[in-house]
Design a protein around this ligand. Structure first.
Ligand code: FAD
Length: 387
């Protein structure tokens, strides 16, 4: 039984969480993509899975109320986060109010799971963008339990995960203690691709980093030891990711990649900040924050002493952030990748696309740019001396 059309599945885990008889399990298919499988022997045909699936229901989209350029005033937080470190500020606030924070962390052997944290120490693992589909697992059920016991909850995830959570929660979605934050998202690849790639480099890898203290650098770790490090434009996985080569199939038709949002607050990178309208500061590692609900407004204001905040126009944010306008477009070799993957696995499938050539060209171009830069500096020095 298909819960929604297979290629439209968001792998949000709403169906698995809502099934009253645990008849749904998430499994990988031959393309390495994760889907729900229904055990027909257990299924009681209640249709809760179909009725709550975000692809079978109308999301409650909201026009953002306030638009900000923002970042954490804690320099260390900002330096070690993917963008402006806003997620850390929100998490700190919830933890300081004895609430529970949900975020994505690496666990076991290169798994990325959305799990709860109740201490500041646990929050460290949430930092940084993990460029894979995080498994929501049983996190929605846990959110409901916490809400029932009157705990405050903050859930950060991709827009489809937030919509899956809200659909699962039903009447609890309006609970005052629940705060949702979605990330602007250009798509998520299956965790299987990262695992295959990392193991081809070092079999003991158990964690990866993409953005954080070293921004746009692909790093692999075995425990605390770094076993691999390469800039994004020289790395096969990172280049494939940024080129939209192998996202979850539904990402290419994402209904959440648009200006209206499903969560209380949306955060992302403020690409293009200051280009059309002057910005008071250096625009590096500055986040875009969209405050979408009255509840989000109250929460954002309660964090404001820990944030740099400057009001901006939505037009400026949308102009430079494609996923506030439309879903990522398939790479020209996306279909080649998927067809190859079935037979030869991740590494050989990427090599069958134009990604290796794109890396070669980018490296060549970077060398040309470097030479041009130094020639210009030498010319300026000589010219100044001559003056
Ligand atoms: C897959 C992905 C694609 C993105 N695409 C864009 C984009 O196209 N445009 C844009 O402006 N911003 C995008 N972002 C958001 C941006 O990279 C930052 O994550 C965001 O601005 C928050 O930065 P921060 O410094 O506040 O958070 P950080 O402290 O870096 O924390 C990151 C937060 O993201 C959560 N997170 C990390 N990885 C995942 C994951 N795989 N699934 C669910 N939650 C996760 C963590 O739990 C944490 O809450 C994307 C993020 C991800 C994870």
């Amino acid at each position: 039984m298909d819960i929604c059309e297979k290629d439209m599945c968001l792998a949000c885990y709403c169906c698995e969480n809502i099934c009253p008889v645990d008849s749904i399990t998430m499994k990988l298919d031959e393309y390495g993509q994760i889907y729900p499988y229904v055990d027909e022997n257990k299924c009681i045909k209640c249709n809760k899975c179909k009725n709550s699936c975000p692809q079978n229901t109308e999301p409650q989209f909201r026009q953002p109320l306030d638009i900000y350029a923002s970042y954490s005033v804690d320099k260390n937080d900002r330096a070690t986060s993917a963008s402006g470190g806003m997620a850390s500020v929100f998490y700190d606030k919830i933890i300081s109010e004895k609430g529970v924070a949900f975020g994505a962390k690496f666990e076991n052997k290169l798994e990325v799971n959305i799990v709860p944290a109740e201490t500041k120490e646990q929050l460290k693992e949430f930092k940084g963008s993990k460029y894979v589909q995080a498994a929501a697992g049983s996190s929605y059920k846990r959110v409901k339990e916490y809400l029932k016991s009157n705990k405050k909850v903050l859930y950060v995830g991709t827009p489809c995960q937030i919509d899956g959570l809200l659909n699962f929660l039903g009447k609890y979605a309006n609970n005052d203690n629940l705060h949702t934050v979605d990330l602007i998202c250009h798509g998520t690849p299956s965790i299987k691709y990262l695992q295959e790639y990392a193991y081809s480099i070092d079999k003991s890898s158990d964690k990866a980093s993409f953005r954080g203290a070293d921004n746009f650098v692909m790093q692999l770790y075995s425990g605390d030891k770094q076993v691999y490090s390469r800039p994004s434009n020289k790395d096969l996985y990172f280049t494939g990711f940024l080129s939209s080569l192998y996202y979850k199939k539904a990402c290419y038709q994402c209904q959440y990649a648009q200006e209206k949002r499903v969560s209380d607050i949306t955060i992302g990178d403020f690409w293009g900040l200051g280009i059309t309208k002057p910005f008071s500061e250096d625009a590096y590692k500055v986040s875009l924050a969209l405050v979408n609900t009255e509840k989000g407004k109250r929460f954002f204001e309660s964090c404001s002493s820990k944030l740099f905040v400057e009001k901006r126009d939505y037009a400026e944010a949308k102009e430079f952030n494609p996923q506030l306008n439309y879903p990522s477009k398939k790479h020209k070799d996306t279909d080649v990748f998927f067809e190859q993957y079935k037979n030869v696995g991740f590494l050989e499938a990427v090599k069958a696309t134009s990604i290796p050539q794109e890396i070669k060209e980018a490296v060549k171009q970077a060398k040309i740019d470097k030479i041009k830069y130094y020639k210009k500096r030498i010319f300026e020095k000589v010219f100044k001396k001559g003056e």
